[in-house]
Design a protein around this ligand. Structure first.
Ligand SMILES: [Cu+2]
Length: 722
């Protein structure tokens, strides 16, 4: 499946030229179906034995984080499955190994990979051994599977760090030292790790959790603290003789992380709630946390004695540290209740930021015993924060495929895409499903799903899909449980059309239909650090009159179909000038918790909205000093490529003029509706940012200087036209 370097270069070439991405063989109109690139993966053998005889494979994208430096951090899941000889349940506690991480760099024509250090994320304060059953012998001979990143969750902190929480420790219990068979146990780690984006290194956070958590969910709170909920301490035997009240269910207690001290605080009992694994949690624009009545389950055996509670959507108030039930969501036109292994995507948040909408689709119905076949149902839940979190729910149009474990991606233009998955539950019966490779798109205007192009590779269990800063989508992953919980084999599977029994380290890049609607708008000048409740001006050249909306998209950090911080925030346009728009920044950290966001501008076309390539910005926080050079360079390179690829820019070959000159003589301050100093055009950008109390200056100086140095011809004629 490796393509030639030349083809790859073409396929991954400038995002500003999406037409290049369309494979020649694809007859369909990409403006209707979108388009997948050919798959690509790291060089080298797919798997090889190490000195100890363990199978080491190229990692698959089971978790994926879009870093603010423009690269993608990802790591694998279920490494060591390949070494199971007879039965996964009896052996994986020994054959498993700590999963490996990678950084994928798609910024140049040819993708490159590097290895973060330590590559496994290290083994900080692994909780393994804390919860052995007294009197039961165990085998924990292997120490290289006690600090696995697999089954952790992660969010961006406001300063360039990524917080990673939980994970897996493997052992056999009962088990006997020296004997590689027993009953496998997967114990949730108390680990909390920090990934430093500036150095691409992992380290332990200073504090660790009070509860070991396997499959927890994180949500960043408005004050910058991070809430962790759910996860299980022992997946197979959740029995805890030292704290028996916690037995038989997931971790109900919640904890809160302080990013300054890197320590965790246990929340009071009122903050506890029984939740599924990887609960679908989101921050509401009033600062509370919403549970979308969905998560991961293990049908038909069940997981917790109180699973019935998971059917109810709920809201958590961090101020009072209490939960409140909201109601039962629809599951198709008839049923109500819990959705397992489906995504939950927040739709575009619009001013006045009181209506939060969440789209979930696919997966399986209900808690234990649940169902086995993937569903085509899709549900829209709405929480009205102006009316005391009033909850409404409706079934939308159905998917075009029955699909389990499909990943959702909300686009800057508001549509939601669904990728990958299988037609049935591959945790209930691993290897029994057929891959669903067709992508689909939900239109919030019509509340219907449309079938799009199909990907090249089957990606059933542990797939990922994340938005990229240029508006495309990185689709990857596939790390299945061994066939029927036995050993991995593809014998006979092709004939039956069943999913691949082996992990897949490849990725594909999907270009959504909205990238094929004609020339995309170009962000030429903007604030790379935005404070709350202010105004910010974005220069877009001649496209200003066609700008329909400006949005912020939180940098993705996804695993298991959930990104607790995922949001698209539309910024109201308060003024327009000849070549720029002024927008209101988010009113508060309730709407946009401080941290990294991509700024997109959406332009009206005859076919619909087409987004710009984004610019990396920070909201409510300065651009992290250690990342400033990277971000400025990336932003400049994006602008350079966009201007170079925009035929409308190939005019007189003149260099960029200085931004100062460019800023003067445009629209007058009187055209700006707001009195905000940030909108006062009579002040030069750098001065203006300082006057506004902005923690950082505008980016264009470095950016434009770089662009000018590259000799990019630009549109001085914009001024001439005015
Ligand atoms: Cu998993």
């Amino acid at each position: 499946m490796r393509t030639t370097a030349g083809l790859l270069a073409l396929l991954l070439a400038s995002s500003a030229a999406p037409a290049l991405l369309a494979p020649a063989a694809q007859a369909a109109d990409p403006a209707v179906t979108g388009s997948f690139s050919q798959p690509f993966e790291e060089a080298g053998p797919k798997c090889a034995k190490d000195a100890a005889g363990h199978t080491i494979c190229k990692p698959a994208g089971v978790s994926a984080v879009a870093l603010p430096d423009g690269t993608v951090l990802y790591w694998d899941g279920l490494e060591g499955m390949e070494d199971v000889r007879y039965n996964t349940v009896l052996e994986i506690g020994d054959t498993a190994q700590d999963d490996l991480s990678r950084v994928l760099d798609l910024r140049r024509a040819t993708p490159t990979w590097s290895k973060p250090q330590p590559n496994t994320g290290g083994t900080p304060n692994a909780g393994v051994g804390d919860e052995y059953l007294p009197g039961v012998p165990h085998n924990n001979d292997r120490t290289d599977n006690d600090g696995d990143l697999f089954c952790s969750d992660q969010v961006h902190l406001a300063d360039g760090r990524v917080l990673n929480v939980g994970g897996t420790g493997y052992y056999l219990e009962p088990g006997v030292p020296g004997v590689p068979y027993g009953l496998s146990e997967l114990e949730g780690l108390k680990a909390s790790r920090i990934f430093d984006t500036a150095t691409h290194t992992w380290r332990a956070a200073k504090g660790h959790l009070s509860y070991g958590r396997w499959y927890p969910s994180l949500v960043t709170l408005p004050d910058g603290h991070v809430l962790v909920a759910s996860g299980v301490t022992k997946l197979i035997k959740p029995m805890y003789p030292s704290h028996p009240a916690d037995s038989g269910t997931n971790v109900k207690q919640t904890e809160t992380f302080d990013p300054r001290t890197e320590t965790w605080t246990a929340n009071p009992a009122s903050a506890s709630r029984s939740l599924p694994l990887f609960p679908r949690l989101h921050l509401l624009p009033d600062g509370k946390v919403y549970y979308d009545a969905a998560g991961q389950t293990f049908n038909p055996d069940g997981q917790s004695y109180d699973e019935a509670l998971w059917n109810t959507a709920a809201v958590y108030d961090p101020a009072t540290q209490t939960w409140r039930d909201l109601g039962l969501p629809a599951f198709g036109p008839v049923l109500k209740g819990f959705r397992g292994s489906g995504f939950s995507q927040q739709l575009t948040l619009r001013a006045p930021y009181t209506k939060a909408e969440f789209l979930s689709a696919g997966g399986v119905y209900g808690v234990t015993p649940g169902t086995y076949a993937g569903t085509d149902t899709s549900t829209l839940n709405t929480v009205d924060t102006a009316a005391g979190e009033a909850f409404t729910t409706e079934a939308t149009g159905t998917l075009n495929n029955e699909r389990w474990y499909s990943t959702g991606v909300t686009l800057p233009t508001g549509q939601v895409l669904a990728f990958s998955g299988a037609d049935r539950d591959e945790v209930v019966a691993p290897g029994s499903g057929t891959a669903v490779t067709q992508a689909e798109m939900y239109d919030p205007a019509t509340k219907t799903w449309t079938a799009l192009a199909s990907g090249h590779k089957g990606r059933t269990y542990h797939n990922t899909a994340i938005l990229l800063p240029d508006g495309r989508v990185l689709v990857g992953g596939h790390a299945p449980i061994n066939t029927g919980y036995a050993f991995p084999t593809n014998d006979g599977r092709a004939a039956l059309g069943l999913s691949d029994a082996f992990r897949d380290p490849s990725f594909e890049v999907f270009s959504p239909p909205n990238l094929f609607y004609g020339a995309r708008p170009v962000i030429r000048d903007y604030d790379w650090s935005q404070r709350y409740g202010s105004r910010t001006e974005i220069e877009v050249g001649r496209d200003a009159r066609d700008v329909a909306s400006v949005v912020l998209v939180r940098n993705p950090a996804l695993t298991h179909l959930i990104d607790g911080d995922q949001k698209v925030i539309e910024l109201p346009i308060t003024a327009r000038h000849g070549d720029s728009v002024t927008v209101a920044t988010p009113p508060s950290a309730n709407v946009a918790p401080a941290g990294p966001y991509w700024l997109f501008v959406n332009k009206r076309t005859a076919k619909g909205l087409t987004p710009s390539v984004s610019r990396q910005v920070y909201v409510g926080a300065p651009v992290p000093p250690a990342l400033r050079d990277d971000i400025a360079r990336n932003n400049a390179a994006a602008l350079r490529a966009e201007l170079r690829d925009d035929p409308r820019e190939r005019t007189d070959g003149r260099d960029l003029t200085s931004p100062r000159e460019r800023t003067s003589g445009r629209g007058t301050p009187a055209q700006v509706t707001a009195a905000s100093p940030a909108a006062d055009r009579s002040v030069r950008p750098a001065t203006r940012a300082v006057a506004a109390g902005s923690p950082s200056a505008r980016v264009p100086y470095a950016l434009l200087a770089l662009a000018a140095a590259a000799g990019v011809a630009t549109a001085r004629r914009r001024s001439a036209r005015r």
